[in-house]
Write a protein that binds this ligand. Structure first.
Ligand code: ADP
Length: 669
């Protein structure tokens, strides 16, 4: 591992005065000298500059001298770290103003101080206009003047370096164009953005005019700014060789120190940002289509469920009429198939809700022992044709009353025990509950569901919790959708629990999950009579208002109720509005209210009855009708003023018992 040590070092200013660092070893401490390039062929003038510099208070400068323009330019080519260039205009290989022009066009960023003779002072001013930073008249400058000019260059150079560094970090380059002198310059970062090495390639204005020059885009933008006289901002896509870049380019007119107009601009490489945006867009599209798929599945399942309810209800009714044995067996098959199909539809709806993470758990006190015994009772019919016994064991330290989502726990156990029975022909299905950990307020329980069935191959153990996974068996086909375990897993994990499985092919499987619960403090709310021995007669006629938009379901409910009670009168309202109108005219003992309806849905209607209607009407018990897969979603029914709910398709006995229970309650019995 690398480590860094930061030390406080005294700044060079704190050194003893008069220390001469010229020619010092570059790696010696504080050897941060500034390099000055002197392009001068006259040895006398070179010596003069050296003497004046020694006399000055500029300590850490070092002069490097070349006697011709070509040598000077070669030096700048290999090293861009010169703080200033002192340039004589009369050299063996170049004379006059041209000398400066050549240097400026090749090194626009260099800080050039032109040295002129006494006779051509005016040339100095012209030189500054052409891009030189300052001028000195030979024979007429003191060590102070030289030091002042160099100090300014050194400062300018360090600002330029900091700017370069900032540009490098921000990936933003800057460029400049002077229409008067037709000089173009770009910072190193501009070259880097275009995939070029700064200083290795240098483009001047004439290069920009060529259409195949990578910087041609700047020429086009400059022309536009000069034509329109407004700032231009552009997103540009550039393909050159392997490079495919997206750039943001901005250009505006500015005034320089002489009040001349120059064009300044920036370039930013936005390729990464563009790619991120494109990724985000692709992700949005994927999310959107996943959402649409879910909505499609949900609405299709919903549409399928309504007629399925009718098929199930009608076959229920039919099975209670006079039938031959053959007809009875057909009807049993129709009922069984519609139960299976309803189960599949409900699972699909459930998984799309779970995958959205939209489950709201409802934590209440409940009796765990009662739940487990009920589960075993309900499961008896599933194993009726098999040689299976149940073995229910509850660790005595497991509290009887827990606080948790009873409905969801039931659903988890129902699935696991259902599978255990489905994949076992004979033997034992064991349900064991152990107390893993307990605090004053909470318990962590381990539920274990073990069977002596066909088992699961080891390499499939992980996959069985995924949606739509089913294991192929050569000799047998087991019905199922492969959704059960993924629903179970979501229900466990979304409540903070974990689930696992051990299995051996031919021996059996054991599914276990850990869930924590609160310790229940109160006796659980009185369970609605779900037992089969309910009092089926009131001893007086029943007036029932059925609010339901679906014609088939109206018929199923009406016929089911009329078959049970000869003295019931069922009035039908096709939607909430009709129900309210009917209630103004007639009296009822109870209302059965569908939740999803056109015009005015079940929630609105109930709220209206409770709040806006006369007290005797507002007091009528209302039972919501909801499909199994919607219970958690529709649980708001209580807050809308409904007394209870019944599941669709109706389990007739449950429906009858709730009707009797609530009418009795409102009769004060
Ligand atoms: P399915 O509705 O098909 O039963 P599940 O998600 O509940 O879907 O189960 C997925 C698959 O895992 C089943 O099809 C079966 O192959 C395997 N499986 C689940 N439980 C058991 C078990 N107790 N014994 C053997 N195999 C099982």
């Amino acid at each position: 591992m690398e480590s860094f040590l930061y030390q406080n070092v005294p700044p060079p200013e704190s050194l003893p005065e008069g220390t001469d660092y010229s020619g010092a070893d570059p790696i010696a401490p504080f050897a941060t000298y500034h390099k000055i390039l002197l392009i001068e062929d006259n040895p006398g003038d070179v010596r003069l500059v050296e003497l004046l510099l020694e006399e000055s208070d500029l300590l850490n400068c070092r002069i490097i001298n070349f006697g011709s323009l070509s040598e000077g330019m070669a030096a700048l080519e290999t090293d861009d770290d010169y703080s200033a260039v002192l340039l004589d205009l009369t050299l063996p290989d170049s004379r006059g103003f041209e000398t400066l022009e050549k240097l400026v066009s090749r090194f626009p960023e260099a800080n050039i101080i032109v040295m002129t003779g006494l006779a051509d002072k005016s040339l100095g001013i012209k030189a500054v206009k052409a891009g030189a930073q300052d001028f000195l008249v030979k024979g007429d400058f003191s060590s102070d003047l030289l030091a002042k000019s160099l100090r300014y260059s050194i400062e300018r150079n360090s600002i330029r370096k900091r700017l370069e560094e900032t540009q490098r970090m921000a990936h933003i380059g800057s460029w400049e164009f002077d229409p008067r002198t037709r000089q173009f310059s770009a910072s190193d970062e501009v070259y880097r953005i275009f995939g070029l090495t700064p200083h290795e390639t240098v483009f001047t204005y004439p290069d920009l005019e060529l259409a195949d020059c990578p910087f041609h885009i700047f020429k086009l933008i400059q022309d536009e700014v000069m034509r329109e006289h407004v700032p231009i901002k552009k997103d540009v896509e550039i393909k050159s060789g392997q490079h495919h870049l997206f750039m943001y380019i901005e250009c505006r007119q500015n005034k320089d120190t002489e009040n001349n107009l120059i064009l300044t601009g920036i370039v930013q490489n936005v390729t990464e940002r563009r790619q991120a945006e494109e990724l985000r867009k692709a992700r949005d599209v994927a999310e959107q289509s996943a959402k649409m798929k879910e909505q499609f599945i949900a609405s299709i399942s919903h549409e399928m469920r309504t007629p399925m309810n009718a098929i199930y209800g009608m076959s229920n009714l039919l099975s209670h009429t006079q039938l031959t044995d053959e007809q009875s067996s057909y009807i049993r098959s129709v009922k069984q198939s519609s139960e299976i199909l309803l189960g599949i539809i409900n699972d699909i709806l459930e998984i799309s809700t779970l995958q959205n993470g939209k489950i709201d758990f409802d934590y209440k006190d409940f009796d765990l022992h009662e739940l487990l015994h009920n589960l075993v009772n309900v499961m008896q019919y599933k194993k009726s044709e098999k040689a299976i016994t149940f073995d229910l064991q509850i660790d005595p330290t497991v509290p009887k009353i827990l606080n948790g989502d009873k409905l969801r726990l039931n659903q988890i156990l129902y699935n696991l025990v259902g599978n255990a029975i489905k994949f076992t022909d004979e033997g034992v299905v064991g349900i064991r509950v152990e107390n893993q950990r307990a605090t004053d307020e909470r318990v962590r329980l381990k539920f274990n569901i073990q069977d002596t069935g066909i088992g699961i191959p080891e390499d499939k153990l992980e996959a069985i919790f995924d949606t739509f996974t089913r294991i192929r068996h050569k000799d047998r086909i087991y019905e199922g959708t492969g959704l059960g375990l993924s629903i179970v897993k979501s229900l466990v994990t979304q409540q903070g629990g974990t689930i696992g499985v051990d299995s051996e092919v031919g021996k059996g499987s054991q599914f276990f999950f850990y869930l924590s619960f609160g310790k229940g403090s109160t006796a659980p709310a009185e369970a609605v009579a779900e037992s089969t021995d309910f009092e089926s007669h009131l001893g007086r006629p029943i007036r029932l208002l059925l609010v339901e938009d679906h014609k088939m379901n109206q018929l199923v409910a009406k016929k089911t109720l009329e078959r049970q009670w000869g003295d019931i009168s069922v009035t039908i309202a096709n939607n909430g509005q009709e129900a309210v109108d009917i209630l103004r005219e007639q009296t009822f003992d109870i209302i059965l209210m569908d939740l999803q309806m056109p015009v005015m849905d079940g929630y609105e209607t109930t709220a209206y009855i409770r709040k806006e209607m006369p007290p005797d009407i507002a007091a009528i018990p209302i039972l919501a009708m909801t499909a199994h897969a919607n219970i958690s979603k529709d649980e708001q029914f209580k807050s809308f003023g409904m007394n209870d709910f019944v599941l669709k398709p109706f389990e007739p006995k449950q429906l009858f018992s709730k009707i009797i229970q609530y009418i009795k309650k409102s009769d004060g019995l």
